[in-house]
Design a protein. Structure first.
Length: 557
């Protein structure tokens, strides 16, 4: 069992209680109709129950079924969950892949529901006088609330902004203008800078988490508002990242895989991580979702597995043959059990092929597609269920700074060459056997992407003649396309890709890569002015429950 993952989840609430509990504390939520009076002497159990929803809702947002990691990737150019011939899957995942978004896709419900549950939990505690007396506790809660709003703003943009707990009977929230929500998040984060604490443990907001959220806000500002007239936000992002780097508190982990173990609390790279563990906080279902049921024997993993998701061949083809991140993240080819015996399925060898037929016409066959093994797969019934989440890590900070330096052409005495040096530093651990390949030049980063964009669907049935439907679009026309490639290799399956594709643009057009390029069975939008898919529709259940909500443009109710 992992221990001490939630030590001092909230620093002392002055004169009332000290919340300091280990990961072995039962984190089941207790719903209080009323918060205890100001002079009540809180026990450790009381404190854990009160604060648990702040943290547990982020876990649910991230690894609730169709969670944050999925919603950022299912509609991207890296992997998909196709209809599996003879198995199932498909349905909503097909819609996500094709960008046929509608308000009843489960991913949207998960994010909206748990995002606002987390915000409500923060608002509830911030209304308690005893909590208000602790600057550190208030800063922690405001930081968490800002993180929830950052996620919801990125996904839906036109969202309610609620900062209080007590409302009149019958009250229903209205949506705020995006600028108002943006201003609130920025103001909150600026106000708590330096007040949260430097050395908070796993699962806690610290001062450098605040820097990271601010940097992400500034990095994405122009793309979110579809206004590229003011580049000053990139400089603001660099300023935030420089505070992290100059602190000297973080360093790149010696091994890429150190960041994706069951327990990542020992990685020097983790700025903010979400802890998961047996009994109290499981979540990560990627072993279940990716691995063929017979393929569990590779790890002696006994939990359920149906082999749904698969990497897109176009993405796999972008890797350099010496990039160790390929083998760190993917398994392809013949699978072997723990005794070295080839795994067989109904007399056939279990060989994961790189190729895929289609998303749903006819779909993919059970053995098609490379499988994700980036997160540590444990034996027994565990799989990846208890793997911690590396939400923000130093490599991300380096890449943010590199991107902003390239977009600005340099900043405060640092140049584009400094950007290339940062990317090279991140790549070095992936090219230990061939260090020269780790080096990235400014020209490479500012050049086109090596991704062979275009539609790729084989409508032929297995064993019959191939029926290919293809287009050829390439990636040479993507601004900073080389950097976009590096972001994919480093951060695949880490809740990054959709946001990156929305931010990177196609030269000579008004489109971003997310809308303007085709991949696998997803077609590019023909209308360069159509960017409604940059954000998702508000889930129908919440639209039905609140007549004040207005659906995002381009979507029906």
């Amino acid at each position: 069992m992992k221990v001490n993952k939630y030590i001092s989840i909230v620093v002392a609430v002055v004169s009332v209680f000290v919340l300091s509990f280990s990961s072995c504390t039962d984190l089941d939520e207790t719903i209080y109709d009323t918060i205890a009076a100001e002079k009540y002497e809180f026990s450790e159990k009381d404190a854990a129950s009160m604060f648990a929803p702040v943290y547990s809702n982020l876990r649910n947002l991230y690894w609730g079924w169709n969670g944050y990691c999925d919603i950022q990737a299912e509609s991207s150019d890296l992997w998909c969950t196709p209809y599996r011939i003879g198995i199932g899957w498909g349905d909503l995942y097909v819609s996500m892949h094709k960008h046929e978004f509608h308000s009843q896709i489960g991913h949207y419900w998960t994010e909206w529901n748990y995002g606002y549950a987390g915000i409500n939990a923060c608002n509830k505690l911030l209304a308690v006088k005893s909590v208000q007396d602790s600057e550190a506790a208030v800063a922690q809660l405001r930081g968490y609330r800002a993180l929830y709003y950052y996620i919801l703003f990125d996904l839906f943009r036109n969202i309610p902004l609620d900062t209080t707990y007590n409302h009149p009977e019958g009250w229903l929230p209205d949506q705020a203008e995006p600028q108002e929500t943006w201003d609130f998040i920025i103001s909150e984060l600026k106000d708590i800078k330096g007040k949260v604490g430097e050395d908070n443990g796993m699962g806690q907001i610290n001062d450098y988490t605040v820097n990271m959220i601010l940097a992400k806000m500034y990095l994405n500002h122009n793309a979110w508002f579809n206004d590229h007239s003011d580049n000053s936000y990139y400089g603001k992002a660099i300023d935030e990242i420089n505070e992290i780097i100059s602190s000297g508190k973080y360093s790149l982990a010696p091994s890429y895989s150190d960041n994706f173990k069951e327990d990542i609390s020992g990685s020097p790279e983790i700025i903010f991580g979400i802890p998961f563990e047996e009994k109290y906080a499981s979540g990560n279902y990627y072993a279940n979702k990716w691995i063929h049921t017979a393929g569990r024997a590779v790890w002696g993993f006994n939990g359920w597995a149906t082999g749904g998701s698969a990497a897109l061949p176009q993405f796999l083809d972008t890797y350099d043959e010496d990039d160790s991140r390929f083998n760190d993240c993917w398994t392809v080819g013949q699978q072997y059990d723990q005794n070295g015996n080839p795994i067989m399925v109904d007399g056939e060898p279990l060989i994961y092929t790189k190729e895929l037929h289609s998303i749903d016409n006819p779909g993919c066959y059970p053995f098609e597609g490379a499988r994700l093994t980036k997160y540590e797969i444990l034996p027994g019934d565990f799989g990846t269920s208890y793997d911690d989440v590396p939400f923000f890590r130093l490599a991300d900070a380096y890449m943010i700074k590199a991107e902003c330096l390239l977009r600005l052409g340099g900043y405060k005495g640092e140049s584009e060459q400094d950007a290339a040096a940062l990317v090279t530093q991140v790549r070095q651990r992936a090219f230990k056997d061939n260090p020269s390949k780790a080096v990235r030049t400014v020209e490479e980063l500012k050049g086109g992407s090596v991704y062979d964009y275009g539609y790729r669907e084989n409508q032929g049935k297995m064993g019959e003649e191939d029926v290919w439907i293809t287009t050829n679009e390439g990636g040479e026309d993507i601004e900073l396309g080389g950097l976009l490639d590096d972001l994919a290799w480093e951060f695949v399956a880490e809740h990054h890709r959709r946001q990156d594709l929305v931010r990177f643009r196609i030269e000579g057009t008004n489109q971003n890569v997310y809308n303007g390029k085709s991949w696998f069975c997803k077609e590019a939008k023909g209308d360069p002015s159509d960017n409604h898919a940059d954000i998702f529709p508000i889930p129908k259940e919440f639209m039905d429950g609140n007549p004040n909500l207005i659906q995002n443009p381009g979507y029906g109710n």
